[in-house]
Design a protein around this ligand. Structure first.
Ligand SMILES: [Zn+2]
Length: 180
């Protein structure tokens, strides 16, 4: 099972999930944005959190997004390269993979395939490649905090391979007010 977390707006919530995963003996893949209003990837607290995630055995990669060109000009490809540069400046190593944030806004899977091809020297995958999706793998996501097809644990004996996506924003210990 591939356990994936897309970190849309709070890196502190991501760290909480990173610790939960590690305590359960899981290594997961975390995808971080560079344009989030809720965190600055280059701030010291963010850099420390990335370090801790990696020390816990997790993978940290880029949550790539489009749409800025609609306001600021140029195109999604140019903005993707800029995001990659900022991400690499933060982690101090080449980008190895990415997941799309709001895929429809940037030309969907076709765009991701194209940019991955362009970046193939270091980038080994994007999260929506065929080999990680149905029918190769059962894909389960917590969109809007709901497991539409049931919690992934219910699928353990039914599917040999799964990609499970969660967003830490939707999960809390006691009440949602912990998160927003
Ligand atoms: Zn996202």
């Amino acid at each position: 099972m591939i356990l994936r977390h897309d970190i849309d707006n709070s890196i502190e919530q991501a760290l909480r999930v990173a610790r939960v995963d590690a305590e359960a003996g899981c290594s997961a893949s975390f995808f971080l944005r560079v344009h989030a209003r809720g965190y600055n990837l280059l701030s010291l607290p963010s850099l420390e959190i990335i370090r801790e995630m990696e020390d816990l055995g997790h993978e940290v990669q880029l949550h790539l997004e489009g749409g800025l060109c609609e306001v600021l000009g140029s195109d999604n490809e140019d903005w993707a390269c800029r995001q990659r540069e900022v991400f690499e400046a933060a982690v101090g190593r080449p980008l190895g993979g990415f997941s799309l944030h709001e895929p429809a806004r940037m030309g969907g899977i076709d765009f991701a395939d194209r940019i991955r091809e362009q970046w193939s020297e270091t980038v080994q995958y994007h999260a929506y490649e065929d080999r990680f999706m149905m029918p190769s793998m059962k894909y389960l996501s917590d969109s809007s905090g709901r497991w539409r097809e049931g919690h992934f644990a219910e699928w353990l004996d039914k599917e040999p391979r799964m990609q499970v996506l969660t967003h830490p924003f939707w999960w809390f210990e006691r009440v949602p007010a912990e998160n927003y």
